[in-house]
Design a protein around this ligand. Structure first.
Ligand code: SF4
Length: 62
């Protein structure tokens, strides 16, 4: 399963980081970045939660 953020959609709300600081960080411009591009199954719940929490539908997991 791959986790990614579409930089065209991301508006830098940072909600993904609040869901998981292991999976996400923000760059110097405040936009979300993925820290683990292919997270293991132990991260599946957090990855799905992040997808649902992003107000811009910028996060893909699948
Ligand atoms: S929650 Fe969505 S819009 Fe906000 S920083 Fe994360 S990916 Fe970007």
């Amino acid at each position: 399963m791959k986790l990614s953020i579409d930089p065209e959609r991301c508006q830098g709300h940072g909600r993904c980081v609040l869901v998981s600081m292991e999976l996400f960080d923000v760059d110097d411009d405040g936009n979300g970045v993925v820290l683990i591009a292919e997270p293991g199954p132990e991260f599946a719940d957090d990855a799905r939660k992040a997808v649902g929490s992003c107000p811009e539908q910028a996060i893909s997991y699948g």
